[in-house]
Design a protein around this ligand. Structure first.
Ligand code: KIV
Length: 293
């Protein structure tokens, strides 16, 4: 019987042969800042498992987000609110393992789920530690104002943070549904104040979800130390993110209207992900005609 080619002591099981591909440099915070400063769009997709993580990395997607959207996409939940920290840990480990197996270079972000950072900065630190130990490079949390001190607390302790403003799915009931945020002067001013405070607290990245295109473009110019990543927020942000299954055209519900099905004409999943990277980089996605706000 042939012995399995497992590295002694490896928690990752049987390893594939060393990749014949030339080594790419791992994506890091300085690299992401460089891309933003050079005006090159940053690409991000959600990722929930090892295999798709490896395919997305090979397609050149720079950032993978283990989003709590996995509650809806993978678990069939009605919202992200039922996702637990243990579930996030499980999926973060799977994605990290997929990247490890292919010597991937993507920057790995994991969502702090509902209820795991709301009590205190100390609670957020304990939860963030679980996700960082699972392989995340950065954690993401939703909301502005009350989250500022928590972001500062985490960043001071060496945990990179991505903030998330606009439509924040963990508060969908308080927001009255999945709808555009930051419309009108007062709402736009509040969102802007929250964004600036989050940057001052040290957030290196900010997801803007369903924010009017003009507002997200303005914020993307104003925030010089924080990369804005848009979803349904126009093309003026430093980068773009989509839910993987949405952009592959497999969805249990209805795709949001700002999503493009990149499987159309792609021929393969990897081809679809490469088409997404190309379209974000050359500015042909998102298409402003898809944003009525
Ligand atoms: O959970 C998620 O997938 C997200 C993205 C939609 C940004 O937060």
């Amino acid at each position: 019987m042939t012995a399995p080619s497992t590295s002694p002591g490896s928690p990752y099981g049987t390893l594939p042969p060393a990749s014949p591909l030339p080594q790419r440099k791992p994506i890091s915070l300085p690299r992401l800042a460089q891309l933003r400063e050079a005006g090159e769009k940053i690409t991000m997709l959600t990722s929930y498992d090892a295999t798709f993580a490896a395919v997305a990395d090979a397609a050149g997607v720079e950032c993978l987000l283990v989003g709590d959207s996995l509650g809806m996409v993978c678990q069939g939940l009605p919202s992200t609110m039922g996702v637990t920290l243990d579930t996030m840990r499980h999926h973060t480990e799977s994605v990290a393992r997929g990247l490890y197996r292919v010597q991937g270079t993507a920057w790995l972000i994991a969502d702090l789920p509902f209820g795991s950072y709301h009590e205190s900065p100390e609670q957020a630190l304990r939860s963030a530690a679980v996700l960082m130990q699972a392989g995340a490079h950065m954690v993401k949390l939703e909301g502005g104002g009350w989250t500022t001190d928590t972001v500062r607390f985490l960043v001071e302790r060496g945990i990179p943070v991505c903030a998330h403003l606009g439509l924040t799915p963990q508060t969908v009931h308080a927001l009255g549904g999945y709808r555009v945020q930051g419309r009108g002067d007062a709402a736009a001013q509040t969102l802007r104040a929250h964004a600036l405070a989050l940057q001052d607290a040290g957030a290196a990245m900010l997801v803007l979800e369903m924010v009017p295109a003009a507002l997200s473009a303005q914020l993307s110019t104003e925030l010089t130390r924080c990369a804005t990543i848009g979803i349904g927020s126009g093309r003026g942000t430093a980068g773009q993110v989509l839910v993987l299954h949405d952009m592959l055209g497999v969805n249990l519900g209805k795709n949001p209207k700002f999503v493009r099905n990149f499987m159309d004409g792609a021929g393969s999943v990897k081809g679809a992900l490469e088409a997404y990277v190309r379209a974000v980089k050359d500015g042909s996605f998102p298409d402003d005609a898809l944003h009525a706000w």
